[in-house]
Structure formats: structure tokens, C-alpha cells
Design a protein around this ligand. Structure first.
Ligand code: ZN
Length: 151
């Protein structure tokens, strides 16, 4: 557990205990559902668009601290972003948690507080927890109707 504790940094703990934007959006333009069978994480993401920008974004579901904190932080960071920025964030976040060097020079600034998830790269099993909501976001943007699964 001590290894895991290091990874549960303050911001992650805070967001997992009191997740932001944890509700449904009744008239959402986009929504998608994702599962991580390995850990039992489940998330439904709702997106309301206006002029191709994220006007409102929220999630519901249940899962471990990492998946919940990741979903909560995603909804905070994505608000006001364009579809193109969301796609770039998806790539940057994926590179961050898998320990890959990002090809995009702007990704560090774009990621902002999402950088707290950098420690996840040392725990391969947890990478799926952290990226679940991002794969679900991608599915929502691509209008994939089937629930996405990390397996
Ligand atoms: Zn998990």
C-alpha cells in the first residue's frame, strides 16, 4: 500500500472524496459510457456543446479513487475547451500516464493540474483507471454508441 499511497497525492484524494460535476446533464449533446473490468470502474460522461466548445460537462459512475479523481479533474479542465483541444488533451494525458514523451511542446501547459497523474505511469494497472474517462470522452466526441471498455 505504501507505493499506492505515494500516488494518491493531495489533489487526487480531494477530487476522489468530493468529485466535481458529478451529475447527469438531461439535454446533453454527447454522452458515452465506459468500463474498466480490471478494476470495476464505471463512468458515464455527459457533454453539452456550444459553438464547438464544451459549455458543460459532467459524469456519473463509481470506481476507485484514481478513476473518480480523473473523471472529476477532466470535467474541470475540459470546460470551455474546443473539440480540437479536447483531442490534444486526450493524447497529452495518455502520453503522461504511460510515461511516453509527448510530441507536442504545448502539452505541458495544456495539461495544467492534470500533471498530478504523472505518478500513475509507475503503476501500469492504474493507467486504465486514470485513462478510462478519457477513452469515454473520445467515444462521446466520436459518437460511439457501444460502451467502451479498457479490456
Ligand atoms: Zn480503478
Amino acid at each position: 500500500m505504501s507505493d499506492l499511497r505515494e500516488l494518491y497525492q493531495e489533489l487526487i484524494v480531494d477530487h476522489s472524496r468530493s468529485p466535481r460535476n458529478c451529475r447527469a446533464i438531461e439535454d446533453a449533446d454527447l454522452s458515452a459510457e465506459g468500463y474498466n473490468p480490471l478494476c470495476g470502474d464505471h463512468v458515464i460522461l455527459y457533454v453539452k456543446l456550444e459553438d464547438d466548445k464544451v459549455k458543460d460537462i459532467s459524469f456519473q459512475g463509481n470506481g476507485c479513487a484514481i478513476s473518480t479523481a480523473s473523471a472529476s479533474l477532466l470535467t474541470e479542465v475540459l470546460r470551455g475547451k474546443t473539440r480540437a483541444e479536447a483531442e490534444l488533451l486526450f493524447k497529452s494525458f495518455h502520453d503522461l500516464v504511460t510515461g511516453a514523451n509527448s510530441q507536442d511542446a504545448n502539452s505541458g501547459a495544456l495539461l495544467g493540474k492534470l500533471k498530478v497523474f504523472a505518478g500513475v505511469s509507475e503503476f501500469p494497472v492504474r493507467v486504465k483507471c486514470a485513462t478510462l474517462v478519457w477513452h469515454t470522452l473520445k467515444a462521446a466526441l466520436d459518437k460511439v454508441r457501444q460502451p467502451v471498455s479498457t479490456e
